[in-house]
Design a binder for this molecule. Structure first.
Ligand code: GLU
Length: 432
């Protein structure tokens, strides 16, 4: 899968050249703009706006790692704790060469809104390390993870800040964090979520984000008169979120006609067999080269004539430059910030509905909450219980957001922000 697999070392070492040639988008400006539109729409007091816009704490740490070839490399890591009025800080850790403070800051704020929308008692945080996990060996990734954990562990805690996986990290990385934290603090499984099952992870956590995306897509189809059983779906990104979304959309009866990853995409008009695509991807590390499908590139995938488009890779995939060419009626954001505000404007003018990230991909943190609860209870829930509770939370969140859109004629993104801001603002007023 596209998600970094620390067990598969490659020849190349992390290089800073990649960072230089590909400029990073100003994600914080994007999410701040979205926040302000919603805050103004709901006439949120300016003091509350100031409190909710400002991250509580931002850490920048340097992590020296001895690479396998003997060189010492210095990595830059970040943890931004955005807001904790509703509960402990919560959010993933991203390993990607484009990670910087601006992006982590933006992702941390998104977590605050996500946890509020699905009504789990957490705040929002995010972490990241600028590195290329696909080019690092397992030993290097382990050293990096343990080093990062040591640098930020004074700000973590079961009731303070609880990391989880994100792009480029996985259950193995969470196991190392738990182990490193445990050296100082004793056995503390609730310090991270998204752990391996064997170490206190939750059944259903691996599929949770994709399951949430598929539940929200199903609800949106009902409300916008799309027959999911006849719907053609294209998914950009085939990591944890994209692959699970594809499988679960197929189980709902939708026809997944195209998927892609960093190496390219595949297309088959009659629908791809998702289980076989996943098996191919597990065997070869990419969806590219799947037999019985035409190869396409990522840009072509976005503009295919489908009913539902699910961007599930990185931020900034749909911009003002390609929004005009998008033919899908419904876009469900599996990734964080895949659609820029200018693209939102174009899509809205063209009648395309966009279901925002903070609603669509909140299934991951919802099951993270269930995992944390199970760790505190020291009692494992069944997969059925996890999935039923997830279903309930996602459907309730969809209804709350959709009803605002019906009542106030706001786009779903702004309705979702308003739903979140209402809850976080109320908790802020009660504490102050
Ligand atoms: N990284 C995921 C997200 O962006 C999950 C966070 C979590 O489970 O804490 O929502």
């Amino acid at each position: 899968m596209q998600v970094a697999t620390p067990t598969r070392p490659k020849e190349t070492k992390p290089s800073t050249e990649k960072q230089a040639v590909r400029p990073q988008m100003d994600f914080n400006r994007i999410t701040d703009e979205q926040f302000l539109i919603a805050a103004e729409e709901m006439k949120l007091e300016s003091e509350i706006q100031l409190l909710l816009r400002t991250p509580y704490r931002e850490m920048i740490v340097q992590i020296p790692v001895r690479l396998d070839d003997g060189r010492l490399e210095m990595f830059h890591g970040y943890r931004v704790q955005h807001n904790a009025v509703r509960g402990p800080y919560k959010g993933g850790i991203r390993y990607h060469y484009k990670v910087d403070l601006n992006e982590v800051r933006s992702l941390a704020a998104l977590m605050t809104w996500k946890t509020a929308i699905v009504d789990v008692p957490f705040g929002g945080a995010k972490g990241g390390v600028s590195c290329d996990p696909s080019a690092m060996s397992r030993a290097e990734l382990q050293a990096l993870t343990r080093g990062f954990t040591r640098k930020i562990d004074m700000a973590l805690g079961v009731y303070r800040d609880i990391p989880a996986p994100d792009v480029g990290t996985n259950a193995q990385v969470m196991a190392w964090i738990m182990d490193e934290y445990g050296k100082k603090n004793g056995y503390t499984p609730a310090i991270v979520t998204g752990k391996p099952l064997n170490l206190g992870g939750s059944l259903g956590r691996d599929a949770a984000t994709g399951r949430g995306v598929s539940i929200i897509a199903r609800e949106a189809c009902q409300c916008f008169d799309i027959d999911i059983k006849r719907a053609k779906v294209a998914i950009q990104g085939f990591g944890n979120v994209g692959s699970w979304t594809g499988r679960l959309m197929a189980r709902l009866g939708a026809k997944v006609v195209a998927v892609s990853d960093v190496n390219g995409g595949i297309f088959n008009e009659v629908g791809l067999d998702m289980e076989r695509v996943v098996a191919h991807c597990q065997a070869t590390g990419t969806v590219a080269g799947f037999k019985g499908a035409k190869s396409i590139d990522n840009e072509e995938l976005l503009t295919l004539d489908v009913d539902i488009l699910i961007p599930a890779a990185l931020g900034g995939a749909i911009t003002r430059d390609n929004a005009e060419s998008i033919k899908a009626r419904l876009i469900v954001e599996g990734a964080n910030s895949p659609v820029t505000p200018r693209a939102d404007e174009v899509l809205s003018r063209r009648g395309t509905t966009v279901v925002p990230d903070i609603l669509a991909n909140a299934g991951g943190v919802t099951v993270s909450y269930f995992e944390w609860v199970q760790n505190l209870q020291q009692f494992r829930w069944s997969a059925d219980r996890v999935n039923e509770e997830l279903e309930r939370k996602m459907v309730a969140a969809w209804r709350a957001v959709y009803n605002r859109t019906i009542d106030q004629h706001t786009p779903l993104r702004i309705s979702a922000y308003m739903e979140a801001l209402d809850k976080v603002a109320e908790a802020t007023r009660q504490r102050f």
